[in-house]
Write a protein that binds this ligand. Structure first.
Ligand code: GDP
Length: 484
């Protein structure tokens, strides 16, 4: 564990490992100028202006040139770490990067531990803990939506939101404390109705925040979309079409896909995790049976399920099978996707073709109701027809999936929890506040209620690091890579 008071100069390569055109070596801490000064040939570092960049050379001890570099200086506290920081942009050779770090270590710097730059930023008040965790997410963001969520957290928007919530809770606590001050006189100072309303409102905010976690986690790791349906319905063809590559084997032989095949792909700025499953059917084949069990498991964890109906097959039976399962999976969004409508000459699939439905590519509304019956159509979030092999209707399907992924929380505008630690703290805060809320009804004395409100405030304070323990800090910052 890195001690809270360390200010010694630390150094690390801050760009990813591997070779690029240039690499950045970062040096931060008290006396960083002395360390770099021992090997720098260029403009004098005495009184060098903050946020300035200088071309120069780094010399080895024998006077030979290690590299020509650009040195950028950030004077503390207006720097990432809050300390004096030098960023040395050198050529990207791995050898140069390693030699440069070793040279600076020989001149008195210490090799930085994982996350130590960001930990110093936190210790020096440049960012709070939630912001630091936003930086971790920003580094690993793999889609536009996860980038936006991380950026908002790193910029402190989440912190401002929490501060606002905290102020409201303090207002609530002070109303209670007032009542406590007057308890000797048995006066109910705070208007209990006002307290109840405030508690309800704040509880609503905390619960909504906690509920956003499943969306946040999905958007960060990839929204799980399971493709399910009878063997030969076209699931593998659809997976390939969505991923725009030949990931799964397509064949006419039912039971070809016997295990889970999955991959992620960004669609309209959102990362989706598409999962092709073994066709759901009764089988004596042990391997296929295991695949079907895995498919059931994935179904139970899906955010969106694409129920593929082979319109050239026995649609009544397929639909019956699908309907049996839809009711068992209440947490997912369900799409009924009628496939193979390119075979519209085939009498069975003709009625599913969009022309027949008269609704463009989507079979929504009246068209779906007339095909499947009102009750059945309403069990699905959308019904649509596609041709997986011809790519027909795929863009519309992607559009529907995108809006379903963000139907409750918009990554552009809403505060969405993406971090398990934040989720746990918000849940505990909400639990304590709901105890306070219940106590208001049972008429418990104000000091008991105030205790629960204080507990809620405590849990919120752990989010931004106002309250933290060395163990917590160690576990958060060790998740960073070296150089961050
Ligand atoms: P899975 O068992 O559900 O994964 O089905 P596959 O993707 O392996 O497809 C089974 C068969 O249906 C293959 O011969 C595919 O080429 C064919 N197929 C899939 N989608 C379509 C489609 O939209 N139109 C037509 N005409 N054939 C399709």
């Amino acid at each position: 564990m890195i001690s809270a008071v360390q200010t010694d100069p630390i150094v690390a390569v801050s760009t990813p490992s591997g070779m690029g055109g240039i690499a950045v070596v970062r040096l931060s801490g008290k006396g960083a100028d002395r360390v770099i000064g021992k090997c720098w040939k260029g403009v004098s570092l005495d009184g060098i202006a903050s946020h300035s960049a200088h071309l120069g050379k780094v010399l080895l001890e024998d006077g030979s040139v290690l590299d020509e570099v650009v040195l950028t200086f950030f004077k503390g506290p207006r720097s990432f770490t809050g300390e004096d920081v030098f960023e040395i942009s050198c050529h990207g050779s791995r050898w140069i990067q390693r030699e440069l770090v070793n040279l600076l270590v020989r001149h008195g710097a210490r090799a930085a531990a994982p996350g130590e730059f960001t930990q110093r930023a936190f210790m020096n008040g440049r960012m709070d803990l939630a912001q630091a965790e936003g930086v971790i997410d920003l580094i690993s963001a793999s889609s536009k939506a996860s980038h936006r969520m991380a950026m908002r957290q790193a910029n402190g928007r989440f912190t401002v939101y929490l501060d606002n919530l905290r102020d409201r809770l303090i207002e609530f606590a002070s109303l209670l404390e007032l009542e406590l001050d007057f308890s000797e006189e048995e006066v109910e100072f705070a208007d209990r109705k006002r307290l109840r309303d405030l508690a309800d409102e704040l509880l609503g905010v905390l619960r909504r925040l906690a509920a956003s976690y499943s969306t946040g986690k999905s958007l960060k790791d990839g929204v799980p979309v399971v493709i399910a349906g009878a063997p030969n319905a076209g699931k593998s063809t659809l997976l390939n079409q969505l991923l725009e590559e030949e990931k799964a084997i397509v064949s006419d032989v039912p039971g070809t896909t016997r295990d889970i095949i999955e991959d992620t792909c960004e669609v309209n700025g959102i990362l989706f995790r598409f999962i092709d499953t073994a066709g759901l059917r009764d089988t004596a084949d042990i391997v296929e049976r295991i695949g079907i069990e895995r498919a059931e498991d994935r179904l139970s964890r899906a955010s969106i399920i694409l129920w593929l109906l082979d319109t050239t097959g026995d649609t009544d039976n397929q639909l019956k099978e699908i309907l049996n399962r839809v009711g068992e999976l209440p947490d997912a969004s369900h799409l009924l996707v009628c496939n193979k409508v390119d075979l519209a000459n085939n009498c069975e699939s003709e009625k599913y073709s969009p022309a027949e439905a008269g609704q463009g590519e989507s079979l929504c509304g009246a068209a779906a109701e007339s095909l499947f019956g009102k009750e059945t159509a309403h069990l699905f979030d959308a019904c649509m027809s596609i041709s997986a092999s011809e790519g027909y209707g795929i863009d519309e399907l992607k559009g529907i999936m995108t809006s379903l992924a963000c139907k409750e929380y918009n990554p552009d505008t809403d505060i969405i929890l993406t971090n398990g630690r934040h989720y746990a703290a918000i849940l505990r805060g909400a639990e304590a506040l709901s105890r306070a809320r219940a106590a208001l009804d049972t008429g418990l004395s104000a000091d008991f209620i105030a205790q629960d409100v204080r507990e809620t405030l405590h849990h919120l304070a752990t989010l931004t690091g106002t309250i933290s323990t060395p163990d917590l800090l160690a576990s958060i910052f060790s998740r960073f890579c070296i150089g961050k």
